[in-house]
Design a protein around this ligand. Structure first.
Ligand code: SF4
Length: 402
């Protein structure tokens, strides 16, 4: 019986799993983006059937699920009925508990009020809007298909349609950005009182057109110093507006009644927390990743190949790896440090039958002296300055394992 099914507990985060659906279509490619997506949307209906078929080929009876996340690409390019069909198949196939968090990423310029209302009616209860900036020049640089007024309209329409769990994504570190232009983006965002804000630093991923332009001197990136100042501005401004950082790039709105007393975790992205807590998640669609400790696997990246494999009745998995204990430790360190909760040392010690302080002791005191990290008996986390050097700090800790 489904409701008697045990929760599959790998460790003490939540143990409850998440479902990710990768929607690989965009109106056009943004030059900075390295997510897999294509602009040929003719095969969308075939893709939708393939994703549903992939779900029915995947048996996960030991898991309970409490999140479904439609990411991309541009999930808002799918018909509402297609999204509904995918959610329906997920419910038939997996044990998804009531009141699960169901998130859809949307792109301004691809949505309408009616569409948001329809999203509500099919059970989507969290909306994540890829605004990136409210400044047209920045949007142009980023190659976004929408204008700042499209962005404002989309946010307002989501609210009007009744979404009470809404996230806005912004990007900082854009060439030409100043403290005041970034502040104006943040100010504009908080006017809408979103429950969640993601502020991502612009990164230049290899293989992207924007990275090629940077390398050939078409534009000059912001200096590290300026980017660092923008990050600090973000923390300062958002804290003053009732937003609490819970991960390097993510902020939740706190309930004013509980602010300062108890942590308010109501508006954290439950789904994304699964990645940081090393909880199990299962991805469907091309390039989607899955994780079920200690196994990680990912699907073929190409949507046509993905569809062909599914049509042939094969699982579309490209590669599968078994993580070693050392790799699991590195993941736990890297992902734990991304969060403001930090690494739970007792949990780490229990999970790995090891002593965190003994393993990393030397690096911990160096990093502490540099003002990058704090470590108590129970918890190890980055300082604000440390968050700017996440990779370097992780590398220093990882060196201790060699
Ligand atoms: S819309 Fe999003 S997924 Fe599509 S190309 Fe732009 S950044 Fe990438």
């Amino acid at each position: 019986m489904k409701d008697k099914m045990p929760v599959h507990r790998h460790h003490e985060a939540t143990g409850v799993a998440g479902i990710y659906v990768h929607v690989p279509f965009c109106i056009r490619k943004c030059p900075y983006c390295d997510f897999y997506s294509i602009t040929d949307r003719a095969i969308t209906p075939v893709y939708v059937e393939a994703v549903r078929h992939e779900m029915t080929m995947t048996a996960l009876p030991a898991f309970l699920f409490d999140t479904i996340y439609f990411g991309g690409g541009t999930p808002s390019l799918l018909n509402v009925s297609s999204i509904e069909a995918i959610i329906g198949t997920a419910h038939q196939q997996f044990h998804i508990i009531p009141q699960s968090e169901i998130t859809l990423e949307v792109n301004p310029g691809t949505v309408s009020k009616r569409q948001f209302e329809a999203y509500q009616s099919i059970g989507i209860n969290r909306i994540s809007i890829g605004v990136q900036s409210f400044i047209d020049n920045h949007l142009k640089f980023l190659g976004r298909v929408h204008s700042s007024s499209d962005a404002r309209l989309a946010v307002a329409q989501a609210r009007e349609a009744g979404f009470d769990n809404m996230g806005i994504d912004l990007i900082y570190g854009i060439p030409g950005q100043t403290q005041s232009s970034w502040l104006s983006d943040l100010k504009q965002a908080v006017v809408f009182e979103p429950e969640h804000l993601s502020c991502y630093m612009l990164t230049y991923e290899s293989g992207t057109p924007m990275n090629a332009d940077r390398q050939s001197g078409v534009f000059k990136p912001l200096s590290d110093e300026k980017v660092k100042d923008l990050f600090e501005t973000t923390l300062e401004f958002l804290n003053g507006k009732g937003y609490v950082q819970y991960e390097v790039s993510n902020f939740e709105k706190v309930n004013p009644d509980t602010q300062g007393s108890a942590p308010n975790e109501r508006y954290r992205s439950k789904h994304n927390q699964k990645y940081w807590f090393c909880d199990p998640y299962f991805g469907f669609g091309p390039s989607a990743h899955s994780y079920m400790e200690p196994v990680r696997y990912w699907n073929v990246g190409n949507v046509y190949e993905y569809i062909d494999l599914i049509k042939a009745g094969k699982r579309p998995v490209r590669e599968k790896e078994n993580l070693t204990t050392e790799q699991l430790m590195i993941e736990a360190v890297y992902l734990g440090l991304r969060t403001t909760d930090g690494i739970n040392i007792k949990r780490f010690d229990r999970k790995f039958h090891a002593c965190f302080h003994h393993l990393f002791g030397k690096a911990l005191s160096d990093l502490h002296d540099k003002g990058l990290l704090t470590a108590s008996q129970d918890r190890c986390g980055l300082t604000q300055k440390g968050m700017l050097f996440l990779d370097a700090v992780t590398n220093m800790l990882v060196d201790c394992l060699n």
